[in-house]
Design a protein around this ligand. Structure first.
Ligand code: ZN
Length: 466
């Protein structure tokens, strides 16, 4: 078949077919039409010279944030580092769709819908029927599933388990930032999450962030997490490679609203109060997230403090709390059968400036912690399988024409192609709009003109791995 775009002369890595070598990839009508060591130029309308670059399936960010209006800039930030598909872990889904329609940059986006008992439910102890109705509404509006933000705004263990159960009964996705009223966003919360899931399916979000050394050393906590995930293969997870976290700086009645924020202040030796937050910003421990020049930047010191005051504390904030040893263990650990223990490398970024999956991933390759084909697997095929994105994660014929070109030494993304269209070249984002990936419950949903595709959760790793 004639290719509209022929990506020629790159080093192609495809984790599904295990192709790894000099090769050409032909794209037409939004799909891959050929992958071969050499394809004739005469068969193509347009040729992209990929020599010197790794050509891989489009990067899938398995955990990011771009849903609220202040975070729609996240689409641009992701596209600029080569992401072609991403899953928003915040919601509400209506806001994710609105952002996608206006600022989508050509990417495919799925979104989870956050349930915070007591905030968007009638009480802190919502019954099954209420949670079930909420889930139905979210799925009908285009969500892939639910998110529980325990670590930030904890629910009781019983209510948390109830939400997980409701999602499993519906066959939708459910992800958990661990922590309940009994534990916290730490390794104890992580073990509790495994207990609360029982035999239910659950995505444990950003495992690295529970290994910050609050009970043992970070490396030991990471090894304990690896052991637990190896023993519980019915759970899926991702971890990221950014040194900073991302949380809320909002304070109420003299205290940070988020429990994660309180922990981060303690870790830096500050009081977990509004006053402690002010001091932490002035002294450079707390980094305030500020929109500047089309992206979110981190500002600290007096300047950051002024911005935070001006916003009446309602800003995002980051702290340098992620331990590199724990991150590296979680990124590279394998089960005895050779699978990755943590399924994917994510960013928890989007609008939080830590979309470093390729850059830091390439650094792990240079260190010898991963090979390039392994890194590509964790950034493409594994997340595609996890969420049931059946036509993504490979450059085999018939898969979606999502491709990322990377400079191998630096890990810098050179080009991103999403559904057959070039959306980014050397950091300049030219893509528009996008595509929503939802469940079949979203048939007929109002999506602001955004086309909808359906994930196959029934055959996803999330619902099938033994
Ligand atoms: Zn997150």
């Amino acid at each position: 078949m004639r290719a509209e775009l022929l990506i020629k002369g790159g080093y192609v890595i495809d984790p599904l077919t295990k192709f790894a070598g000099q090769g050409d990839v032909g794209l037409a009508k939004g799909k891959v039409v050929a992958l071969s060591p050499s394809l004739p130029s005469s068969q193509a309308d347009q040729i992209i010279d990929a020599s010197g670059y790794i050509v891989m399936p489009g990067v899938i960010d398995s955990h990011m944030h771009a849903s609220s209006e202040a975070r729609w800039v996240g689409f641009q930030m992701m596209a600029s580092v080569g992401v072609t598909t991403a899953v928003d872990f915040g919601g509400p889904i209506q806001s994710t769709i609105k952002g996608l329609a206006r600022y989508g940059c050509g990417m495919s986006i799925a979104g989870l819908h956050t349930i915070v008992p007591g905030e968007n439910t009638s009480t802190t102890d919502p019954p099954v029927e209420e949670l079930s109705t909420l889930a139905d509404e979210a799925l009908a509006a285009g969500a892939l599933g639910l998110k529980i933000v325990g670590g930030h705004r904890p629910a009781t263990p019983e209510v948390t388990a109830r939400i997980i159960d409701v999602a499993n009964r519906k066959g939708c996705y459910v992800a958990f930032h661990v922590g309940t009223t009994e534990t916290g966003s730490n390794i104890e919360g992580f073990f509790e999450a495994i207990r609360l899931a029982g035999r239910n399916r659950l995505h444990i979000a950003h495992v690295n962030s529970y290994c910050r050394g609050l009970s043992k050393t970070p490396a030991q906590e990471a090894l304990d997490a690896v052991e637990a995930l190896t023993a519980n293969r019915h759970l899926v997870s991702e971890s990221y490679l950014g040194t900073i976290n991302g949380t809320s700086a909002a304070c109420k009645d003299g205290l940070p609203v988020s429990h994660v924020t309180r922990n981060c202040l303690r870790m830096g030796g500050f009081e977990p109060t509004e006053e402690g937050m002010a001091k932490a910003i002035k002294e450079g421990w707390a980094l305030i997230q500020v929109l500047r020049g089309g992206q979110i930047e981190l500002v600290t010191g007096e300047e950051g403090y002024e911005i935070w005051l001006e916003a009446k504390t309602a800003t995002g904030v980051s702290f340098p709390v992620n331990n590199p040893a724990a991150m590296h263990i979680l990124a590279s650990a394998k089960t005895p059968s050779g699978d990755f223990v943590v399924d994917a490398i994510s960013t928890d970024g989007g609008a939080i400036p830590r979309n470093v999956q390729l850059e830091r991933g390439a650094a792990l390759v240079r260190l010898g912690a991963l090979t390039w084909p392994e890194l590509v697997r964790k950034l493409t095929l594994n997340p595609a399988r996890m969420f049931g994105f059946a036509s993504k994660g490979s450059l085999q014929d018939g898969f979606d024409a999502d491709v990322t070109l990377v400079e191998p030494e630096s890990g810098k993304a050179h080009m991103a192609i999403a559904r057959g269209e070039i959306i980014m070249v050397d950091g300049v984002v030219v893509g528009r709009g996008g595509c929503l990936i939802a469940t079949p419950a979203a048939k007929g949903a109002e999506t602001e003109g955004i086309p909808v595709e359906f994930a196959d959760l029934e055959t996803s790793l999330f619902y099938t791995r033994q």
